[in-house]
Design a protein around this ligand. Structure first.
Ligand SMILES: NC(=O)c1ccc[n+]([C@@H]2O[C@H](COP(=O)([O-])OP(=O)(O)OC[C@H]3O[C@@H](n4cnc5c(N)ncnc54)[C@H](OP(=O)(O)O)[C@@H]3O)[C@@H](O)[C@H]2O)c1
Length: 327
């Protein structure tokens, strides 16, 4: 059986693919180059959501590979504690913090102003922050909070940072941490924010994660890959504070069976997409375990993913955030 066929079979069967089994098998199957072999000392990496879980594990690897790391975090205390911890663990002294609450677009705008003021380029912008709210939460202006954090804020940040992302010698890289949960959701713009009456945290999360993957492709269609490439990915099922809090039952069942990935394994493809040249040879793709994956697993979601609807999502983002791409 060829490697590719075995990989595809694993992907179609979800549990082996998303669980720790997928990472372990693919690592051996494709003889993955160890992340430790990459040198990121000439890269400036900006990452959100690095104060916990997958983002924290990614930050540690970025720091150990020598990257100049900028963590965008909402808590000054957590950010400083992380910088100290990473400095101690990796010896990297080039780790900065920019404070921003991604649930407030004004805060995102201020963070981007700060990035422009402090740095002359960004090599990787990693949109990793995310949350699943079992109880509906809203921003000050009434937007669903998960949509603001995972759809609107990354859109605005990407748009405002685009000049920095294309200012280096090579193309910048924008990476978006989506979720395999998005396979269950069809693209929807009118229904992007569920009504209070039908609200279900996991479904609202999946809708936002689907929108992230759609926008990843939309950015790639609008921005030349010579300036910047765009990649979305899903990490599989990863043992993190986020999943323990949002889906305790899931964690409780899969954890003891050894099926959850470590945060380090959950971070692998994110860091790899920042480090490996393979990520520069393509744009607009959806990845898992260092391989390009299908964006749909059912005819229902595939049929809903039309060009007019993708444009409608883009228009919603521009009008909601006030950022309009000048092409
Ligand atoms: N774990 C999984 O199995 C899994 C599966 C699929 C996808 N993912 C995705 O992977 C990413 C990381 O997840 P995780 O499991 O590592 O989650 P986590 O442990 O809960 O970490 C989430 C991170 O996002 C930050 N964040 C949340 N709301 C924020 C806001 N308003 N402003 C700024 N930062 C904010 C958190 O900051 P604080 O520390 O301040 O709270 C934290 O650093 C998310 O996008 C998640 O959807 C995870």
């Amino acid at each position: 059986m060829t490697q590719g066929l075995l990989d595809t079979l694993i992907e179609k069967t979800v549990v082996p693919s998303f669980s720790s089994i997928g990472a372990a098998v693919r690592k051996r199957l494709f003889d993955w180059r160890a992340l430790e072999e990459y040198d990121l000392s000439d890269q400036l990496v900006v990452i959100t959501g690095a104060t916990s879980g997958i983002g924290e594990a990614a930050a540690e690897v970025y720091a150990s590979l020598g990257a100049h790391l900028v963590i965008v975090a909402r808590s000054e205390d957590k950010a400083q504690a992380l910088i100290e911890r990473l400095g101690k663990n990796t010896g990297n002294e080039r780790i900065d913090a920019v404070i921003a609450d991604l649930g407030q677009l004004d805060s995102v705008r201020e963070a981007c102003d700060e990035l422009h003021a402090r740095y002359d380029r960004i090599d990787t912008l990693a949109h990793n922050a995310g949350a699943l709210f079992n109880q509906r939460q809203r921003t000050n202006d009434g937007t669903d909070l998960s949509v603001e954090i995972m759809v609107a804020a990354p859109f605005l940040m990407t748009g405002l940072c685009l000049p920095l992302l294309s200012a280096g010698t090579g193309a910048g890289r924008v990476l978006t941490m989506s979720s395999g949960g998005m396979y269950t959701a069809a693209l929807s713009v009118d229904g992007l924010e569920m009504s209070d009456e039908h609200y279900q945290g996991a479904q609202q999360y999946a809708l936002a994660k689907r929108a992230q993957v759609t926008l990843n492709r939309s950015w790639a269609e609008r921005v030349s890959p010579e300036k910047c490439v765009f990649h979305a990915l899903h990490p599989g099922w990863v043992d993190t504070p986020g999943i323990q809090e949002a889906l305790p039952g899931f964690s409780k069942i899969l954890g003891p069976l050894g099926l959850l990935r470590s945060a380090r394994d959950g971070a692998d493809t994110l860091v790899w997409l920042s480090a490996d040249d393979e990520a520069l040879g393509t744009t607009g793709q959806f990845w898992h375990d260092r391989g390009i994956r299908a964006e749909h697993m059912s005819a229902r979601t595939r049929q809903a993913d039309t060009r007019p609807l993708r444009q409608k999502l883009w228009d919603w983002c521009e009008s909601h955030t006030g950022f309009v791409l000048d092409v």
